[in-house]
Design a protein around this ligand. Sequence first.
Ligand code: AMP
Length: 223
Amino acid sequence: MVTEAKDQPYIVILMGPPGGGKGTQAKMLVQEFGLIHYSTGDILREEARRGTPAGLQARAYMEAGELVPDEILGGIVRERLAALRPGQGCILDGYPRSLAQARFLEEIRGDMPCTVINIEVPEEVLVRRLAGRRTCPTCGKVYNVHFSPPRVAERCDDCGSQLQRRKDDQAEVVRERLRVYRETTRPVVDFYRGLPGYHEVDGSGDAAQVFEAVSRAVGILAS
Ligand code: AMP
């Protein structure tokens, strides 16, 4: 991996477990550096909604919670990277998720600079974050019973609705999601670890603290 961007488009691969704060960090990166955020999950959902051939093929896999075949996603990622302007950076979020995808990305990125940010969070913190999460079904506001509780227990501060818990945020399900994450992405992390441009960031602090480390890593490319 090269670590200087200058006039080339560049790639920031954002990795991290469910509940690791990847979404929040991606939003902050978009604001701070004007990066384009490519979440492969979002892209596939949009393709499926628009009824494109790739989207229609992907839909069945997504509904079953399985990984979409590399032939479908590879073309999409290649197109998005080719569309970047000189000096424009993008965040890859949710890609690569397997060793085959990581190798494919190495092939298609050519000499585009790339940095990998792996947000590491101890499992106990993740379970507390995810199992404590509550969402308002009416206005979408998100709370956490441990870190950002509503003023009245289980009621939305803004609209008073009864807060809900996502089915997959129960502690046992959370542990299973984390197990799957560790199994599928560990080889990808191992692939990148040790290469120049790989950064491991401690994600157990608050969003602003984590962003300090994340933005330092991206700043090397974006300057
Ligand atoms: P996500 O929103 O990242 O959880 O992704 C939702 C779904 O999109 C996943 O369950 C997969 O079916 C599909 N998907 C997203 N990214 C990938 C990827 N890199 N490889 C294969 N399938 C993916």
